[in-house]
Design a protein around this ligand. Structure first.
Ligand code: SIN
Length: 280
């Protein structure tokens, strides 16, 4: 695929590309935005380096790609409620969202995408991993694809492991009542609304069971899928620098921030974008 305005450099075989030649502090030409969008659909997650943005500039840049929406459980920045600080403090042992997931799939219309901008990073560690759910789907056997095709998944906000990862930030800046779980149902095999490709749409963080099945009945198959979907060859790993941006597609990519920097601070600013109801 060729580009006239940007330089796109894949970082792994499965997904992920660095894009060079973009300065988000300036007004981007429509052709540049269109090429970034094309590269993003092709690579599932794209990365930019060396950006220097105020919250207002990050928000302005984000609006070129979609409609920013608020995160339900933690307050955003005082003047920018759609910007959620993603923070781990030196004394903390748990990192926000620190397990494989796509963002807030317990909502009826989960966010299309997420833009994360790095401000303060540990001296080592704190990378984020991503995994292609196209590859996870395409590498299943025909028998497994047929079994999963009619299934609906139940997605909840209150699975213990993911709830624990947001507890400190909810305590600092609570918003909606976390004791009231959010629950949504989505097809397990999702057809991407823009590319038309099929993706495996489950995650360890939020999927509790198949609709009409108990959690105990669902567990063996879900556990198989959770393991399968994060096979190393489906993933890429991004090493952050201050000023890096990642823009990922929540409809076809999982992510997992690695919690390997205890004693150090990590701060990023996150914007999620309105999405549609997943369709099978
Ligand atoms: C998130 O799940 O949005 C946080 C990702 C990260 O901290 O790298």
């Amino acid at each position: 695929m060729t580009y006239q305005h940007i330089d796109v450099r894949p970082i792994a075989g499965a997904l992920g590309a660095e894009i060079h030649g973009v300065d988000f502090s300036r007004d981007l030409a429509d052709e540049v935005v269109a090429e970034i969008r094309r590269a993003w659909l092709d690579h599932l997650v794209v990365f930019f380096r060396g950006q220097s943005l105020t919250p207002a500039q990050q928000l302005a840049a984000a609006k070129r790609f979609g409609e920013p929406v608020e995160y339900p459980f933690v307050q955003g920045l005082p003047d920018f409620p759609v910007i959620t600080p993603i923070v781990k403090l030196p004394h903390e042992k748990v990192n926000f969202g620190g397990l494989w997931h796509t963002d807030t799939t317990y909502q009826p219309r989960p966010p299309m995408a997420t833009m994360l901008y790095a401000l303060e990073l540990p001296p080592y560690g704190g990378d984020t991993m991503f995994a292609s759910m196209y590859m996870a789907y395409e590498t299943l056997s025909d028998g497994m694809k047929d079994l999963l095709a009619p299934l609906t998944g139940v997605f909840r906000s209150d699975k213990k492991r993911v709830s624990d990862t947001r507890a400190a930030r909810v305590a600092d800046a609570p918003k909606e009542d976390v004791s009231k779980p959010k629950i949504a149902e989505h097809p397990i095999i999702r057809v991407h609304p823009e590319t038309g490709r099929k993706a495996l749409y489950v995650s360890l963080a939020h999927t509790t069971n198949f609709k009409g099945w108990t959690e105990a009945e669902s567990a063996p198959l879900l556990n198989y899928l959770f393991e399968h979907q994060t096979r190393p060859e489906f993933t890429c790993r991004f090493r952050w620098e201050p000023g890096s941006i990642a823009l990922w597609d929540n409809r076809c990519a999982l992510h997992n921030p690695i919690n390997d920097y205890h004693g150090h601070k990590r701060v990023l600013h996150r914007i999620t974008f309105a999405g549609d109801a997943p369709k099978g």
